[in-house]
Design a protein around this ligand. Sequence first.
Ligand code: ZN
Length: 67
Amino acid sequence: MVKCCICGEKIEGYGNNPFPLEINPEKRCCDNCNDTYVLAARLMLIKPEEADRIKKLIEAVREIDTK
Ligand SMILES: [Zn+2]
């Protein structure tokens, strides 16, 4: 069984490459974390000037998740 290296949930299927949040190539993350955190982190790498805006979006998504 493979666990998501970000949230610790069990991964269905193959999971996703969590780079750049995790540089160990053997680690995997779930679809949910991939969509929420990994894609956002990649955007920050490509567009550092957007990092603040992206961080705020992530925080907004996290608040929805915990409600
Ligand atoms: Zn996850």
